[in-house]
Design a protein around this ligand. Structure first.
Ligand code: 6GU
Length: 240
């Protein structure tokens, strides 16, 4: 299995970045996944290889030209390449763990990173490009978001994640934040580890972890909590 990531960017030097290290880097060396970058500048127009122009309707900043982005996509996508093309933009739908799982189950992704104010909407429409955001804040370009998306996917590829069981228990797998973690020493600067975790009573520990996950999710992520509470409609849940 070789999962393929192709990145179109004006800053190919930003890749592989952190994905060249640790779990993702070793998995790439093993050939579990591959990363290919293309400089959008190579598809620019004229002597200056222009990739952008002023926005119709006025306003600040520059917009990436549809002809340039089209040439880049056509140049990179072979016939029969069924991978999704994803444009990283704060205008996109929010990336979720379910998206990461779906991308990991496919053959790979083609990531389009914009700078400037954005990319002409028509070329996105014409190529059926998915628009994806990593959260409600603004980055200066899509590259860090592309690294985030790839990290979330690559760790899910078969054989990449160190501990095979941990995927089932981690945050979001059941719609809750994960429970808190503790290790040695059992007493650190007068702060004790919750007693139950030292009891050896696995059922009681599981129940404590579930209750902690619910309490923390309710306090920190009312959006997740509302969805979880309505799904389970369990009257025993704390504070519903
Ligand atoms: Cl995907 N791109 C940019 N430029 N900013 C963002 C983002 C993406 N997601 C959140 N902020």
């Amino acid at each position: 299995m070789n999962w393929r990531a192709t990145v179109l960017t004006l800053f190919p030097e930003m890749f592989p970045g952190p994905l060249g290290l640790s779990l993702a880097g070793r998995a790439r060396e093993r050939g579990d996944w591959s990363l290919q970058t293309h400089n959008l500048r190579e598809y620019g127009l004229g002597r200056h290889r222009a990739v952008d122009d002023t926005p119709f309707g006025g306003g600040a900043g520059l917009v990436m030209r549809p002809d340039v982005v089209d040439a880049a996509l056509s140049g990179v996508l072979g016939a029969g390449d069924v991978r999704p093309v994803i444009y990283l933009t704060p205008r996109g739908r929010r990336l979720t763990q379910a998206d990461a799982r779906r991308y990991a189950a496919g053959d790979g992704v083609v990531l389009l990173c914009g700078r400037y104010e954005g990319i002409d909407e028509r070329v996105l429409e014409a190529h059926g490009v998915e628009q994806v955001s990593i959260g409600d804040y603004v980055l200066s370009g899509g590259e860090p978001a592309a690294l985030v998306l790839l990290d979330s996917v690559v760790r899910l590829l078969p054989g990449v994640m160190g501990s095979e069981r941990s995927g089932l228990e981690e945050s979001f797998s059941d719609g809750l934040l994960e429970y808190p973690h503790f290790t040695k020493p059992a007493d650190w600067q007068g702060r004790a580890v919750p007693e139950i975790l030292l009891s050896g009573n696995h059922a009681a520990i599981a129940a404590w972890r579930r209750a902690s996950a619910e309490t923390d999710t309710r306090a920190r992520r009312p959006d997740l909590w509302a969805a979880y509470a309505s799904r389970t409609s369990n009257n025993a849940l704390p504070g519903t």
